[in-house]
Write a protein that binds this ligand. Sequence first.
Ligand code: NAD
Length: 497
Amino acid sequence: MTLSFDPRAKATTLYHGEFRPMFIGGKWVAAQSGQEMQALNPATGEVLATVPRGSAADIDAAVKAARAAFEGPWSKFSPYERQCVLLRIADLFETHWEELSVSDTLDMGLPITRTLANRRRVIGMLRFYAGMATALHGESIDNSIPGEIVSFTRREAVGVVGAIIPWNAPTAASIWKIAPALATGCTIVLKPSEDASLTPLLIARLMQEAGVPDGVVNIVTGTGAEAGARLAEHPDVNKIVFTGSTLTGQAIARAGVTNLKRVSLELGGKSPIIVCRDADIDKAVPVAAMAVFVHSGQICIAGSRLFVAREIHDEFVRRVAEYAGRLRIGHGIDSETEIGPLINARQAGKVEGYIKAGSDEGAQLVTGGSRLTGELYDGGNFIAPTVFGAVSDKMTIAREEIFGPVISAMPFDTLDEAVARANATPYGLAAGIFTTHLGTAHKLARRIKAGSVWVNMYHAIDPAVPFGGMKMSGYGREGGIEHLHEYLETQVGLDPD
Ligand code: NAD
């Protein structure tokens, strides 16, 4: 793809192995312990920069700053003024989008064409919640019991929000937490993943430039076990919004019990795709393939269980495998790259373990299945897009979230059977249906237990539309008006006479 700028040239201006401080109370600081962590480029293994390894003391300082801002300067901002701040941030994001995209690509590997393409979704989120800042209101309710009482509700910010995010979409995940916090008048302490901290620090710079008062947005880099755990259990944090694995989500929900803070969780998945006999195969093949391969499978909504009507199963799987074989795998910073690396050696090793389990348990390897080697790949963690056929529901690769480029394809005979098998998972994040019959699409969609069910497409995420999971994929929704309610308290005032 031809871009209007040279991402490699831009990359050389960004990181040179230097120390990048974190952002607490409007100041750029090192960890109180002096400890640092390396930010590695997953495509090459090179050290991009070092960042503070924040610990409990740094989280405490950030929460204190967020509380002071919440009760001080930020509380004096009218909804209109908060709206203006969000719109200024959105404008700065437009100006700096290439820089943010290159930073994300370097830090977590997603190809530059993809990070650039997230623009509408991320900036759209900022503008959507800017609009909502002045639309928050209470209600008047005529009382339901005899008498002449009218009650009034008003909505107020919940307070200090702690946000903990994974590494696979640092810019989007940061903004999906920060924008609703600013719209509602909350303040926020955000802890990025230790595997992708750099872009959230760039975002902090833009917050400062946009005139966000000190302490309203704080970014504390550090590990989950230290900084993350302290944020989750902190007694002065009113709400935690978390995106990450189900296991960590459970730990965070438990930690939140200390002060009964609100918790919303966007967790893992094992999402099904159902390809009906009447599907438009030409359209369905690339979408089904990229439903998994897009970020080397490192997306929560990866449609990793591919149920295909038996009549078309063999042809469909063959064509998905051919499509996978044609994908250009390489460094995300090259504009021709379609698939980048896995985030680190640990994740690549985990995926290799799943591929081995697939073969050991009797699945048929149709394509891929190995690590890529050679000059282009040796510094990073690259695994070929992999398709398994003849998978059964009981196999490990059909049950567990792999978070890697692996599709498990399985035939089905009836739609009832497909729905039952699609739902036979502890997760409920997303699903895809491919059919040319609108009635079939509607009937199937409502029977699938997943927060998002896409028809003849995948990955459609809109700032105005709630996104989130059912079952072990979490609770709460991000996006849309629903998301704002999670950052707001409702207070009732009585008018007895
Ligand atoms: P992870 O759960 O290991 O880490 C996520 C974040 O939690 C990181 O910032 C980490 O430092 C922190 N953390 C870890 N242990 C913690 C603890 N005990 N207390 C507090 N914080 C802690 O997840 P990951 O490997 O970074 O990301 C992959 C997972 O995230 C996958 O399961 C994926 O499905 C999920 N995910 C979900 C969504 C969604 O919207 N549903 C989006 C992206 C990723």
